[in-house]
Each structure stands twice: as C-alpha cells, then as structure tokens.
Design a protein around this ligand. Structure first.
Ligand SMILES: Nc1nc2c(ncn2[C@@H]2O[C@H](COP(=O)(O)OP(=O)(O)OP(=O)(O)O)[C@@H](O)[C@H]2O)c(=O)[nH]1
Ligand SMILES: [Mg+2]
Length: 406
C-alpha cells in the first residue's frame, strides 16, 4: 500500500455554512482526500482474500479521486457494539492517522450509524465506510437525468439514519463551539422531515422518468433482448461495442457505466437482437443503490437472456460470479436464463484457461478486446434468438385457455 503518494491537493475543512441538510452533508462526504484504509479479517477468511478486498477498496478510493496514504487490517473475532473494533485498536488507528496525515479513514466493513459516530469522536477524524465511497463514485459518474435522480435518492436514504452523526461532525469541525446554538433533537427532527420530503419528491420524479422508459422498452418486446451483466470492470461495455459496432464508453475504472444502453447486434438481419449494457455490480453494493437503481435494472428483468460477463484473469473470479448471482437475486432476476461469458481470454495463459474450462464447463471464453471467441458467441446468440422466436410464436398460436368446470 502506498505511503506518501502524491495526488490532488487534499480538501480540508472546506465545509461551507450549512444551507440545506442533505446537500451540506453530502458536500462533506466527497472522497477527495488523503485516506487511510481499515480492513477486517473475519473467521476463516484467507489473507489473500483480505488483501484483495483492500486492493479493491483502494481502487474505489482512487476512482473517487482520493489518495490512499496507508492501511491497517484487524482480525474481527468479537465485533464491539459501540465501535466495531476494540479500544486498543482504536488508539493504534488514531496514531496511524496522525502519523500519515490522513484526513479520513475508510472502513471496508459496514458501520452502524452509532459506530460511525463513536469512532469519529474517538479518532478525531472523519470516518467513512465503503458504501460512501461507492456512493461518491456514482455521484460523479451519473450523467442522465434518471441516473442523477437515482443516485440522489440513494444518498438521501443513506443520510437519513445518520443525521445525528452529521451534526456532531460539523460541530467538531467548528471546534465544538456548536452550530447556531447546537443541533438538539428538534433540529435533527426537522432535518429528518426535510429529507423524507425530498425522498418522496425524488421517488415521484423517478416514477415519471420510469414511465417514459417503460414506453420505450415496450416497443422493444418484439426483439430478442440480451442483457450484459456482471462485476464492474469485467468488460461488458467493450463486449457491447464489439458485438454491436457501437462506441459505448469504456474505461479501466470501476463503474464506468451507470446507465443501461441498448444497441442492436450487428450483422444480424432486421436488427432482431438487442444487447443491453448495464451498471456493474460489486461486493457490498450499498442496498440503497440497488433499491434506487431498480428502474434502470428493470432493463435486466425484461431481458430474454442474461450474458454474465466476468473477468477470467481476476483472482476473485468465483467471488465476482457469486456477487453477481446474489445481486441478480436481490433485483428479482434470479430465475432468468443465463450463460457465463469468461472475458479477457487474451490476459490468461493456456493452462489457466484449461483449468477454468473444467470449473466452468458451460461458459464461453472470449476476448472482447481482440475479438477472440466472438463467432461462437454470435452463433450462440442467433440460435437462442431462433429458439425464443419459436417459443413466442407457439404462445401466440396457442388457443386461449378454457376455464375448467367447477
Ligand atoms: N485484456 C483485456 N482487457 C479488456 C477486455 N475487455 C475489456 N477490457 C478492459 O477492461 C477495462 C474495463 O472494460 P469495460 O468494458 O469498461 O468494463 P465494464 O464491465 O463495462 O465496466 P463498468 O462499466 O465499469 O462496470 C477496460 O480497460 C477495457 O479495455 C479483454 O477482453 N481483454
Ligand atoms: Mg461498462
């Protein structure tokens, strides 16, 4: 883990006078600082896995524009209700933050709002959790109106149970003098009401956008729809570009794609197969994001086939596939027909490929980058489209069901 890494100038104490509850709080949560990572090892987790989790968190922090100045891992045998970790470790962490000049610490573990509040007090520094870094990335990456509304909704839902902590944080930053007489329960309650109103307003606006999108998606029912889903950075957009000849944004970063894009499979008569590129998944994806991105993810639910794209070169391939299966279950897509596509074949050796072929005997191997394996994938999609077409015709031609006599 890097120490003393150069990066963008850290933002310190830039919090403006508070104007609206949510926006002010969100302003304070931007991950643009010198951050210290705190990982935990649970039960029988291997050290390789712990390292991999921390490396992923470092990537998330970098994507959010922060600089990692150090890290620490603690075995978590008995999580403490008040602070998650024991008092000795808290003190060790406080000293490390001081030594590294860190602005904040990011926990790779979910923290209850009260734990976050207590740790902030004890460490004298901002305490973030992985979910906040992911939220921050989504804020920066959201481009369309729908994605922006969805991210804002997720932020507000995240903020609601943490308001009391926010007030403490702002107070501490002002040297404990108190913000206009101190927060007090009445003020916090007022803020809660404001945020609840905002959440209701956002949901209404999202509903309207959702209706427009649904109309568009209805028009696509006559096509065979294939959704590209998978862990973030697996190569979904690259594969989409390769198969459709389009120019969707591709980048070696997490969550390059937030909105679903629909394109027709190229070189197929009548543009009869549509490919849908979707937002990537990640372990510990904040549930607020999954919930608020539900409407975007509906594109997945409406698909006739899911291609689960995975990075065959990743050491965490099996975990990535598990996470994807888990999120698909969460959004109600658990029973859709699917096929695994092991991408980035160009990045693995022949013997690794053979090993994976034994483990994932049903998977397609390909490289969206070089085009390897595309012919096979295309012919599979075409045969699935024909099968789907026959099924649709059968349903159309089937006589209407006669109600059974009582
Ligand atoms: N070596 C190799 N790299 C690839 C391949 N496919 C994609 N990549 C690279 O992997 C990175 C991520 O690719 P994307 O297509 O943006 O991945 P994605 O799954 O859409 O990622 P998100 O939208 O962030 O979830 C980019 O740097 C691509 O150039 C491949 O077959 N081989
Ligand atoms: Mg993408």
């Amino acid at each position: 883990m890097s120490s003393g890494t150069r990066g963008p100038a850290p933002r310190r104490n830039h919090e403006k006078e508070r104007d609206t509850t949510g926006h002010q709080w969100l302003e304070t949560q931007k991950v643009r600082e010198k951050l210290f990572l705190f990982g935990v090892r649970r039960g029988k987790q291997s050290w390789a896995e712990v390292d991999e989790h921390l490396a992923e968190l470092e990537r998330l922090v970098a994507t959010a524009g922060g600089v990692v100045v150090g890290s620490m891992v603690q075995e978590l045998r008995q999580p403490r209700a008040a602070t998650l970790i024991g008092s000795g470790k808290v003190e060790e962490l406080r000293l490390a933050l001081e030594e590294e000049g860190a602005d904040a610490v990011v926990f790779d573990h979910e923290l209850a709002p009260a734990q976050q509040r207590n740790l902030t007090d004890l460490l004298g520094a901002k305490v973030l959790e992985r979910a906040q870094v992911i939220l921050d990335i989504f804020v920066r990456a959201a481009k369309t109106r729908e994605a922006k509304l969805q991210v804002e909704l997720a932020q507000m839902e995240y903020l609601l149970p943490r308001l009391a902590g926010l007030w403490k944080h702002l107070e501490r930053q002002r040297g404990g003098i108190g913000v206009r007489g101190g927060p007090g329960e009445a003020q916090i309650e007022l803020d809660r009401r404001l945020i609840r109103d905002k959440i209701a307003g956002l949901k209404k606006r999202l509903q309207k956008v959702g209706v427009q999108r649904k109309t568009r998606s209805k028009r696509r029912q006559q096509f065979f729809r294939v959704a590209l889903v998978g862990y973030t950075n697996a190569g979904k957009s690259t594969l989409m570009n390769r198969l459709t000849g389009s120019d969707v944004y591709v980048a070696d970063q997490l969550f390059a794609t937030l909105d679903s894009t629909v394109k027709a499979l190229s070189n197929v008569p009548g543009k009869s197969t549509l490919l849908i590129d979707t937002v990537g998944f990640i372990r510990k994806l904040p549930h607020q994001l999954v919930a608020s991105f539900h409407s975007t993810l509906e594109a997945v639910l409406e698909a006739d086939l899911l291609l689960i794209v995975a990075d065959s070169a990743s050491e965490a391939l099996d975990v990535h596939l598990d996470v994807v299966a888990d999120v698909l279950g969460q959004i109600g897509a658990g029973s859709l027909p699917r096929r695994v596509v092991l991408n980035k074949l160009d990045a693995i050796k022949e013997e690794e490929k053979n090993g994976l072929a034994m483990l994932y005997s049903d998977a397609f191997f390909c490289s969206a980058k070089t085009g390897q394996g595309m012919a096979e994938l295309r012919s599979y999609l075409e045969s699935e489209r024909c099968r789907w077409g026959q099924e649709v015709r059968r349903q159309w031609e089937a006589p209407p069901a006669v109600p059974s006599p009582r």
